[in-house]
Design a protein around this ligand. Structure first.
Ligand code: MOS
Length: 784
């Protein structure tokens, strides 16, 4: 029966979803893939940072005499002679034109605020000569005692009102949490500690700055967000945005630290203009610990009130953490605590303390990763306390809508399917609910689980699609590929949008000369760029349809354009799908060599508003759903809450004598909408779980409390998992269709893989040993 009842649809797929090999794989394996420090540039010179040994104080003198006499040295910049930017970040922050994390720019005066702060930039003809000269610079300081963290007895905790990360308020209250907690029959309170973590991408941060004259700049930059880097540089330099070109073709990871703009980039750009030579600066590994942010040291206290039957009544979340002297940054842990389960009362509160550290920054599911450690550990405790299976306990409190956001319906949620499938794959029913009972040889064995979730962060971007009459295409968008597969999946999207085999589609990214895209961060890139490509393709379809309906030789001759639909590159009559032809067939008859489409695509709430506004609203194309409901009322955007969900299952073996923990089995099942590429998506979720195991068991940067200096700023002493630490893992996706988030129903998968992982590990450790570990990482010394 024909009905005008609103029925959202997603387009059919052919190449999308397939486990296609990476289009950039060969270049990477052959060594021809160029990273930001590898572009050959004529006349290139090299910069090296000299950084501060002290964390607080004042420079009293800088002696560059010996350094300047070294062969090959071109220039040495200190706060006394480095050219000033047109604007400093703090001024831009006041003008609300500053998007980056840290609003303090070093080398503007003699003051020192953190260890590792740049005090000089040495420029020489080779990297070795610049390094040697930098070592000869003598800096004298008037030293003050620094504050090391919120735990420092001298630190003042304050209420920041608003925290600087996304849109979360420092305080949030829903219902009457204190009263509900006070009267709850079952109570649980615990404090969780999270170590400082550093991102440690394989490729360190690198900038190659090439000026043409004094107002045209090209920067080869290791950034997750070329658009932001371009904007930051244009604002700092006071030159028009289009005169700053940022190029990032390949990235060796980033994990968030390359998602912001940092001081070393502008210092390099200013020095390059002053020496009038192309200049390259690569951070050393130790400098990576003091130049591009970190995950802040923090503790969370979570109070949960529940009924005897195990229904949550109240959640009270408080967090204390360390921030810099200038910025009120905290990752917003409370969001996940607020939305994950059905609970009528909630409150969040953040406290910050200023210390002599640089501003922290988002890292690998900022907020959700540590927040879920607290929530999912406490949930496990409560389940044990109430003698309910932890998975059953979660089902008992399953959120059938988003309680944290006015009870909005979910755009899609397959969490029950994830739980069921995960439990089955893992053999959850074999778990002994009594801790400390299961042995394998001399090891204690335990099983734990936790829920994963990550929000859809709304974003928008543009793309261009250029279809050639000979049946190939170029698809462009200024996205970046962290190494996770953007390049490959967008080739697949372009192929399906035009009905071409993927080898006939070249996707181009990583250049601000291409249409503007958001960064690869906040799990936004896949959802936004795929939607942009579909929008650009639709723009092209319309042009080709217009041409076909006026072409006597077309099967669509004289058809009304609104009666024509396009699927997988073929135009046909909606009422008679046999009548039609491919886009390429129509184009090749036309005598034109190629045709272009360009448009903006949206991800998240903006997409829903645009596409599901009532039929009275201007739907951009006849394909787009929207219309009137059964009662004849206009459909409105339904105001969905948009999140991915998943479930982790973990088995550990604990050596009771040594306190060592080994993850022996792992199952992760996720519902993430349309998977773009089964192979790269699976790899990304392996990576999420592996990095979660890293933060659970290994990752920790130590700041000396007396000197506020990192003591293990290298990959020998900052431990991350290697293959030998990781078992065979099973990752699966449950099928999920979500027409509300974007043109293909794609939810981001950049971050969900890590959320809940630390708790799944800690819960398994509890099941193995009866020891509840609330301080990450769970190292052997804490176990004994
Ligand atoms: Mo991610 S921490 O948003 O790069």
């Amino acid at each position: 029966m024909e009905t005008n009842f609103f029925e959202p649809t997603l387009p059919p797929t052919n190449v999308v979803g397939k486990p296609m090999d990476r289009v950039d794989g060969r270049a990477k394996v052959m060594g021809t893939a160029r990273y930001s420090a590898e572009y050959p540039v004529n006349g290139l010179v090299h910069g090296v940072l000299k950084t501060s040994d002290i964390a607080k104080g004042k420079i009293t003198s800088i002696d560059t005499t010996a350094a300047a006499k070294e062969p090959g040295v071109i220039s040495i910049f200190t706060y006394q002679n480095i050219p000033k930017p047109a604007k400093v970040p703090s001024a831009l922050k006041e003008e609300k034109k500053w998007q980056a994390a840290q609003s303090y720019l070093p080398m503007q005066d003699a003051e020192i605020h953190y260890a590792g702060e740049p005090v000089a930039v040495v420029v020489a003809d080779t990297l070795e000569r610049a390094t040697q000269a930098a070592a000869l610079i003598k800096v004298s300081y008037q030293v003050e005692k620094p504050i090391d963290s919120y735990q420092d007895p001298k630190a003042d905790l304050f209420d920041p009102q608003k925290i600087q990360n996304g849109k979360t308020d420092g305080r949030k209250v829903r219902g009457n949490p204190e009263q509900a907690y006070a009267s709850a029959p079952v109570k649980h309170e615990a404090t969780y500690v999270h170590a400082i973590n550093h991102h440690n991408p394989m490729e360190p941060a690198a900038t190659t700055a090439v000026w043409e004259g004094s107002d045209r700049l090209t920067v080869y930059e290791s950034t997750q967000n070329i658009t932001m880097s371009q904007g930051s540089l244009a604002n700092l330099l006071g030159i028009p945005r289009d005169q700053v070109r940022v190029v990032t073709h390949h990235l060796g990871g980033g994990f968030g630290c390359k998602g912001s703009f940092w001081p070393h980039t502008i210092l390099t750009v200013l020095a390059a203009r002053a020496v009038n030579r192309p200049l390259r600066l690569v951070l050393t590994r130790p400098q990576m610990y003091t130049s591009v942010g970190h995950r802040e040291d923090q503790e969370q206290t979570l109070k949960i009130g529940a009924t005897q039957e195990g229904k949550l009544l109240s959640l009270i979340h408080e967090k204390k953490s360390t921030t810099s002297p200038w910025d009120n940054y905290a990752e917003s842990n409370s969001k996940v605590v607020n939305m994950l389960y059905a609970c009528p009362n909630f409150s969040a509160r953040y406290e910050l303390a200023r210390a002599n550290v640089m501003t922290a920054v988002w890292m690998r599911a900022p907020g959700e990763a540590p927040g879920s450690f607290a929530l999912e550990s406490s949930m496990d405790d409560l389940a044990h306390q109430l003698n309910i299976d932890p998975l059953q306990f979660r089902l008992l409190n399953y959120a059938d809508k988003d309680y944290s956001d006015k009870g909005k319906p979910w755009s899609s949620k397959s969490l029950k399917e994830c739980y069921t499938r995960g439990a089955e794959l893992f053999g959850w029913n074999k778990r002994n609910s009594k801790p400390g009972q299961t042995r394998r040889g001399n090891k204690l064995v335990g099983m734990g689980m936790a829920t994963a979730t990550y929000p859809v962060h709304s974003a928008q971007g543009t793309a261009r699609v250029r279809l050639f009459a000979d049946g190939h295409a170029v698809v462009q968008s200024g996205a970046t590929d962290l190494g996770t597969g953007t390049w490959t999946v967008m080739t697949q999207v372009g192929a399906d949008a035009l009905g071409l085999p993927p080898e006939k589609v070249r996707f181009e990214l990583g250049d601000t000369r291409l249409p503007t895209a958001p960064g690869s961060g906040g799990s936004q890139a896949a959802g936004t760029v795929s939607s942009s490509i579909m929008a650009a393709a639709e723009d092209l379809w319309k042009k080709v349809i217009d041409m076909a309906v006026g072409d006597k030789k077309s099967p669509l001759y004289k058809a009304k354009p609104t009666d024509v639909k396009v699927e997988l590159g073929r135009m046909f009559l909606k009422k008679n799908p046999k009548k039609g032809e491919t886009l390429v067939a129509a184009l090749s008859r036309s005598g034109m060599t190629d045709m272009e489409g360009m448009a903006m695509g949206k991800y998240g709430a903006g997409y829903e508003e645009k596409h599901f506004a009532g039929a009275g609203g201007a739907a951009a194309s006849p394909e787009e759903p929207g219309g009137k409901n059964e009662k004849g009322e206009e459909e409105k955007p339904s105001g969905h809450s948009m999140h991915s969900f998943g479930a982790h299952f973990c088995e550990v073996e604990v050596d009771p004598d040594l306190g060592t923990i080994r993850v022996t089995r792992w199952v992760g099942v996720h519902g993430v909408g349309q998977v773009l590429n089964l192979k790269t998506a699976t790899s990304q979720l392996y990576g999420g779980a592996i990095f979660g195991i890293g933060s659970a068991l290994m990752e920790e940067t130590f700041r000396d409390p007396n000197y506020a200096r990192y003591t293990n700023h290298n990959l020998a002493e900052y431990h991350i998992p290697v293959n030998a630490d990781i078992p065979d893992m099973q990752i699966e996706f449950v099928p999920e269709k979500d027409p509300y988030i974007n043109a293909l129903g794609v939810k981001g998968i950049g971050e969900i893989g890590i959320v809940g992982v630390a708790a799944a590990v800690a819960n398994a450790v509890y099941n193995a040993t009866g020891k509840r570990m609330r301080s990450l990482p769970i190292t052997p010394d804490k176990m004994l």
